[in-house]
Design a protein around this ligand. Structure first.
Ligand code: FAD
Length: 366
């Protein structure tokens, strides 16, 4: 029997189990929260739907590298080691780092366990999973967004006969060699996947507005500094200095820079519809296509919180810091700036996870 199956079997028990805090999600955000709860002496479990450690990083396309050096990609307590020969570590390195992190701090991750719903129950939270239920005084939701790919409603999508994929399905250019590929999206995923495909395919890169590359000397380090400066300004009641998007949308990581400088990353405006064999622009121009890759982003994976009825505008859950406004026992971590500046990054989740753990420990002990 595989370890995961053995583990899973062990959870097939009847009746609720009890703990002080349930963390939903065992990616970097859940692990960072676990690190801080452990330091504060809080009893907790981490429930993670994946069979193996590493969260979304396990599913990244083959050539994905971080946009920050290792030293700027660390979770609390343990610096990410350098990756030999790589200024910017790849996704496999991140998976190795997260695997080591949860082992090193002996974080109680139960997997694969999928949380189906979080409910209010007699002054506590009841966390229903596909392997029984837990009762807890507080919960931290750290489920990321990779699991909810977003595809825009573009007319004719259902008529297109070629392949349609989202960022989450893309692996490498070998799958598309010699084909006519349309990549949709002017963010980092779109630019990186377009750069990946630029050499071996007949590429059309489509963006909603002209792509905005950040200056070449700006990488994740500077983005984190911008987010930190913004947080300080807002905390001190000064004028909003603007988030990272005030600088540009695309980090010019080396492969993107190389393809751009070779003239291979020219973007076209967004087409208005798909038809059987390709895409069509407003002026009637057509581009035949074998595949369309939608690099059109994600939505936060919050379905398990639906029973709490907390949804606010844009599908987010309104928070004060990390704490849900409508349910004081629930905190949200990762996801995006709305749960803390840069909280959806490796280095950025450190501070909000510390704050969330601190608030929870305070409430539990008071
Ligand atoms: P995830 O990694 O998605 O982990 C969430 C975990 O929760 C998963 O294991 C999932 O299976 C589990 N889960 C989900 N739903 C449930 C449920 N109902 N029950 C139980 N478990 C559940 N950040 C950087 O710092 N540097 C970068 O260079 C960088 N590059 C990025 C490139 C791309 C293409 C993307 C998409 C993101 C990038 N990020 C980067 C942002 C961020 O670091 C990652 O998105 C990261 O994976 C977020 O971690 P997380 O723990 O919040 O979520």
């Amino acid at each position: 029997m595989l370890p995961a199956e053995r583990q899973r079997g062990a959870y097939l028990v009847t009746g609720d189990r009890h703990t002080e805090v349930v963390i939903v999600g065992g990616g970097q955000s859940g692990l960072a929260a676990g690190y801080h709860l452990r330091r504060l002496g809080v009893d907790f479990v981490i429930l993670d739907a994946q069979p193996t450690p590493g969260g979304a990083w396990q599913h990244a396309w083959d050539s994905l590298h971080l946009f920050s050096p290792a030293a700027y990609s660390s979770l609390p307590g343990r610096p990410m080691p350098m990756q030999a020969g790589q200024a910017y570590p790849d996704a496999r390195h991140v998976v190795g780092y997260l695997t080591d992190y949860e082992r090193r701090y002996e974080l109680p991750v139960h997997r694969p366990v999928r949380v189906l719903g979080v409910h209010r129950d007699d002054g506590r939270l009841r966390v229903e999973t596909d392997a029984g239920s837990w009762r807890a005084q507080a919960a931290i939701s750290a489920t990321g967004a990779w699991w909810r790919p977003f595809l825009p409603a573009v007319p004719g999508r259902e008529h297109f006969r070629g392949r349609q994929l989202h960022t989450v399905d893309y692996r490498n250019p070998a799958d598309f060699a010699g084909q006519r590929v349309v990549v949709v999206g002017g963010g980092n995923s779109g630019a990186q996947i377009a750069a990946d495909l630029a050499y071996d395919t007949d590429l059309t890169w489509v963006t909603q507005r002209p792509p905005r590359f950040l200056p070449d000397d700006i990488d994740g380090r500077a983005l984190f500094d911008v987010a930190t400066a913004r947080r300080r300004a807002l905390e001190e009641g000064r004028t909003d200095t603007g988030g990272v998007t005030s600088l540009g949308d695309i980090v010019a990581v080396p492969p993107v820079r190389k393809a751009r400088d070779a003239g291979l990353l020219k973007a076209s405006p967004m087409f208005v519809r798909l038809e059987r064999d390709g895409v069509v622009w407003a002026d009637g121009t057509r581009a035949p296509a074998d595949a369309v890759i939608w690099c059109t982003g994600f939505r936060p994976a919050l379905a398990h919180l639906a029973p709490l009825n907390l949804r606010g505008p844009r599908g987010h859950i309104p928070t004060d810091g990390t704490r849900a406004r409508g349910e004081r026992r629930l905190h949200l971590l990762g996801y995006g700036d709305w749960t803390g500046p840069a909280s959806a990054t490796l280095i950025g989740v450190g501070r909000p996870s510390r704050d969330a753990a601190g608030e929870i420990a305070h409430v539990l002990r008071s």
